[in-house]
Write a protein that binds this ligand. Sequence first.
Ligand SMILES: Cc1cc2nc3c(=O)[nH]c(=O)nc-3n(C[C@H](O)[C@H](O)[C@H](O)COP(=O)(O)OP(=O)(O)OC[C@H]3O[C@@H](n4cnc5c(N)ncnc54)[C@H](O)[C@@H]3O)c2cc1C
Length: 491
Amino acid sequence: MDGRFLSKLVLVLFLHTVVRGTAVDPPSQIAIIGGGIGGSSASHFVREKFGKNVQIDLFEKDSRICGRLDTVTIDGREYESGGSIIHSKNLYMKKFVKDSPNLQEASSFSSTLGIFDGKDYVLQTSTWSIVSLLKMFWTFGLDLFRLQWLEKRFINKFVGIYDLQKQGHSYDTVQGFLHAIGGNDFVHATQITGVAEFSSDGIGEFMIDNLVSPGLRTNYGQNASVNGFVTAVSMAGIQPGLWSVKGGNKLVCGELVKNSSANIINEQVSKVVYNAASKTEKFSVFTKQSPSQAKTYDIVIIAAPIQSDMYHIDLSSACSNEENCPSSKVNGKRYRKTTANFVKGKLNSSLFKCNSWKVCPGSILVSNQDTFYRSIGLHIPVDYDPTSDEVDPVYKVFTTDPMTDEQRDYLFESYTTKATVVWKAYPVYEPPEELTSFVLNSAGLYYTSPMEWVASAMEMSVISAKNAALLAYNNWFGKGSDNTTAMKGEL
Ligand SMILES: Cc1cc2nc3c(=O)[nH]c(=O)nc-3n(C[C@H](O)[C@H](O)[C@H](O)COP(=O)(O)OP(=O)(O)OC[C@H]3O[C@@H](n4cnc5c(N)ncnc54)[C@H](O)[C@@H]3O)c2cc1C
């Protein structure tokens, strides 16, 4: 190669690097609104993408972080009261625990499963797994394998998101996101009911009524009229290999926020305003505590569901497109009220047809939609140690409204302690779901919660937080996002 050509090439490459390097300065201030697992993991991913110099402020209205992940104390021991189980293929939650010396997986304990129709059992599993499998096959026949096949295909496609995000792909819309990981099938699954989705795979009505719907009643307080995607997520949530975090899942939020050196501001955000004329720090964030004194940011990530029955933030002067703006929408979307009732006591063995409360199933899913209780599960404390612990049974009963004393007396022979936690827990799913945008203003305002209308789960919030951090990074440095959207006709 000619020496002059080589030096020109070096000069061109040098200039190219200088131009690229100086074209865009990194952002200096990023705000995250909401300190649930979505917002906490957003602070982790933002730090990972933007490096150590950016200031991250995390606004949380409550005095504690982690939102819908929390524990309740019963006689001095803590039990998961919100999001409690994590799937073995939830790779971000796994990694958070693996990477932190202060976190570890909780000890598991196995219990038998009963599907109860309010009077009798449709199915009762055994402590012997081979016997349980035979019983399940006897009850559900070949549908058992059809279901396993469907779930396997679903999960194999779903985990593709980890590679896509590792390569830096980000998605503007929920539809684009779903299309990238599962093609038209994943988009379509959100537009039809679980019944339609599972029947199209050959799964019969008996299994849908007696396993799929009872699982959904436990996990989402609804039946298989919810969308097909959340139905598949729910079924993944009653499979073996589920886990949780020792000491409580909420500890993950604390670790993520601490390790990202985010600055927690315990104030309630009331309004975000876009300052189009400003060159940097284009977004002003106002709080209830200081309504006239805004803090300004280059990028804002909202990680809390903004809608009439959950949280409110005035975004009318922040969104670039009114159609996408969550606070301006009155579209009838609602969150489902769910009560986690904790009872330390002995189950009513005659109601649940067991010789003694000690041999009743540890997990009772209810197939009858008319019962006031949706599921009853035996729970262990979050710091349970199988080598030394002997704990009295504590049950978690899911209902819509808090149980009355009469209802408790009906389900339990006797009890010593009770506690009640009421949640606005997850969306009321009514397919076809509206798949909205993660980008509220391409100048730097992002929103993680539209993902919940596909399926609400810890890992979904974390994946959405990673997408928001990638969107912020790609847009800031002009790399653009992947806007693979399915044609309208595909829905
Ligand atoms: C009873 C129950 C059982 C569940 N079971 C499971 C399960 O077993 N497995 C699973 O994976 N998932 C489960 N989930 C779902 C899971 O908990 C949620 O999907 C997930 O925790 C949502 O996290 P998030 O960060 O997106 O939202 P949230 O946890 O709701 O966090 C939003 C945060 O924003 C804060 N905030 C709101 N408005 C403002 C404001 N204006 N200013 C500042 N802060 C604000 C809130 O205080 C909150 O801390 C369950 C949920 C419930 C309630």
